[in-house]
Ligand binder design. Structure first.
Ligand code: CP
Ligand code: NVA
Length: 295
């Protein structure tokens, strides 16, 4: 049984197989007559809808519930929730505040667990991101991706996915908001060595992809004011984009905060791939689910 809690749960070859399944025009009906539980402790637009439609495309039936409806570690333990859902479903997707909840559910091997975003990682987003880069440039190997801002869940999964497929990763974050030693060790284990900096210009110069995410992630709302002060100068506007390759694209996992981490002229401009990225969430999810249930 295989779980997908972070991109490096897959080998580079397996990552390629998931992306190939995402591209197939004829998705296999591997979930015919089976259920998939989708559990959300935080809000979601893209992940919920792309996952539900991916389940349907594979012939299955999605059952989506909010965290409070199952009461993870409140009404009963996360382990007992996973064991219960395993009685009815071929797979469980969960969006949680604390990544350790996913680790505990996966450790049971009662049912495959898919991380639909945690404080640590967002592998379904990382899959959609490399699918989008690959579709746009025709390759990922040799492409330079500059990630600006908070080295968060999205950044970790992006760096792993891009790096494992031979892309170059640069990350520029304010002091205190960059990748920590544990993150860098994990990336290195996967063969990924990002170029780190605290200067936007250094990361963006000549890059093929300029990527950012919100400065305050779900669950960090109390830090919002401090984060806004810390991230001043890390917003992406047309001037920042002009430092990248002339063919560069802009990417963002969404939701975007126009006028904060990105200017409207960039996210809504001709270099923006954000809506293709959002659509690719569905194709990537279909590939990931099809691969996991066939293991
Ligand atoms: N990008 C992303 O995960 O979006 P949602 O939070 O809307 O699912
Ligand atoms: N880093 C953001 C991503 C949202 C899709 C968050 O965790 O809120």
């Amino acid at each position: 049984m295989r779980h997908l809690l972070e991109i490096d749960d897959l080998t580079p070859t397996e990552l390629g197989a998931v992306l190939a399944l995402a591209e197939t025009p004829d998705p296999p009906s591997v979930l015919e007559g089976r259920g998939v539980a989708l559990l959300f402790e935080k809000p979601s637009a893209r992940t919920r809808h792309s996952m539900e439609m991916a389940v349907v495309a594979l012939g299955g039936h999605p059952v989506t519930v909010r965290g409070e409806e199952v009461g993870l570690d409140e009404r009963e333990s996360a382990e007992d929730v996973a064991r219960t859902l395993a009685c009815y479903h071929a797979l469980v997707g969960a969006r949680v505040f604390d990544h350790r909840v996913l680790d505990r559910m996966a450790a049971l091997d009662a049912v495959p667990i898919v991380n639909m975003l945690s404080d640590k990682a967002h592998p379904l987003q990382g899959l959609a991101d490399v699918l989008t880069i690959g579709r746009h440039f025709g390759r990922i190997s040799g492409i330079t991706v500059a990630y600006l801002g908070d080295a968060n869940n999205v950044a970790r999964s992006l760096a792993l996915a891009v790096g494992m497929l031979g892309g170059r990763v640069r990350i520029a974050s304010p002091l205190g908001y960059g990748m920590g030693p544990e993150d860098l060790d994990r990336l290195a284990l996967a063969g990924v060595r990002p170029q780190l900096s605290h200067r936007v210009e250094e990361a963006v110069e000549g890059a093929d992809v300029v990527y950012t995410d919100v400065w305050t992630s779900m669950g960090q709302e109390a830090e919002k004011a401090a984060r806004h002060r810390a991230f001043e100068g890390f917003g992406i506007d047309e001037q920042v984009m002009s430092l990248a390759s002339p063919e560069a694209v802009f990417m963002h996992c969404l939701p975007a905060h126009r006028g904060e981490e990105v200017a409207p002229a960039v996210v809504d401009g001709p270099q923006s791939l954000v809506w293709r990225q959002a659509e690719n969430r569905m194709h990537a999810a279909r590939g990931a689910l099809a691969w996991i249930v066939q293991q």
